[in-house]
Write a new protein. Sequence first.
Length: 119
Amino acid sequence: MMNKNILIVEDDVVFCKLLTRFLTKNNFDVMDAQSGKDALELVNLNQFELAILDYRLPDMTGIEILKKVKEKKPNAKVVMITRYGDQEVAVKSIESGADAFISKPINPEELLQVIQGFE
């Protein structure tokens, strides 16, 4: 499996770090941000193969970050994290170009399967 650059944007710090550690252990290069502003800064400075974005961030929605990621790297994959049962957000995410969505609570193994499915 090739080494992939992943951006994780999740405002829950503990969960964000847990995902970062989990994916790093699985041979991904991971950068994370807890706000939309920090995420956009990372997107401007780096190329990501994959972005895992929480839809609800304190300062914006994941859709804004998704658009930036796709603008810079059109074939990058984006997974949107939504609250359980939030169909409206899921539909909006896919319409905006997300490649997949996962509802919270997230099982890291399930996330890994989704990521591996992109290859």
